[in-house]
Write a protein that binds this ligand. Structure first.
Ligand SMILES: Cc1cc2nc3c(=O)[nH]c(=O)nc-3n(C[C@H](O)[C@H](O)[C@H](O)COP(=O)(O)OP(=O)(O)OC[C@H]3O[C@@H](n4cnc5c(N)ncnc54)[C@H](O)[C@@H]3O)c2cc1C
Length: 138
């Protein structure tokens, strides 16, 4: 950091270090002097459970529901693609109002199941590989 202390190993810094590193490598290749990393952190945030968080934003300490909303907002902001943002937003809000669902359906297959389905399809003249998930076959 500008004062000589090491940067915390967090995404806030990594996001700025990446482009700067790339630019410095390019400068080095061109024979130009590199530039020091000089990012000033905006603050810190941490979720502490039960829809609460603690935060220090521009030196102001916050705690409770509002910083928790801020924390979620930042995460959502950096999630790539609109579709993922929308899905996550819906899932998060769902989880706020409903208890966790203890019935967990995993649509995974063992290698044997996959082979068995492929053979079944082969016998029926199906050439494309489209195995049916185990949970649907039970
Ligand atoms: C469990 C966990 C939770 C975290 N939670 C938070 C959080 O809540 N908030 C926060 O701000 N930060 C958090 N962090 C820290 C944050 O993830 C890191 O600071 C950030 O990811 C660092 O980014 P980076 O690009 O420097 O490295 P990375 O994200 O580690 O990216 C390095 C990439 O280089 C690839 N790589 C490595 N070696 C090679 C090679 N030889 N050839 C090609 N590719 C290679 C790796 O596969 C990886 O994809 C967390 C970290 C962990 C482990």
């Amino acid at each position: 950091m500008p004062d000589g202390t090491p940067c915390p190993p967090t995404a806030q810094f990594a996001l700025r270090q990446g482009p700067q590193l790339a630019a410095n490598i390019a400068r080095q290749v061109r024979g130009e002097p590199t530039r020091p990393f000089g990012y000033q952190p905006k603050g810190l945030m941490s979720a502490i459970g039960h829809n609460r968080a603690v935060a220090r934003v521009y030196g102001i300490n916050l705690s409770g529901f509002i910083p928790w909303l801020l924390w979620r907002g930042f995460y959502l902001l950096y999630i790539p693609t609109l579709a993922r943002k929308a899905r996550l937003y819906l899932e998060w809000n769902w989880a706020m109002f409903f208890p966790p669902d203890i019935a967990h359906l995993r649509f995974t297959r063992t290698v044997e199941d996959s082979d068995e389905v492929s053979q079944d399809q082969g016998a029926q003249g199906v050439t494309e590989h489209s195995p049916t998930p185990v949970a649907e076959r039970v």
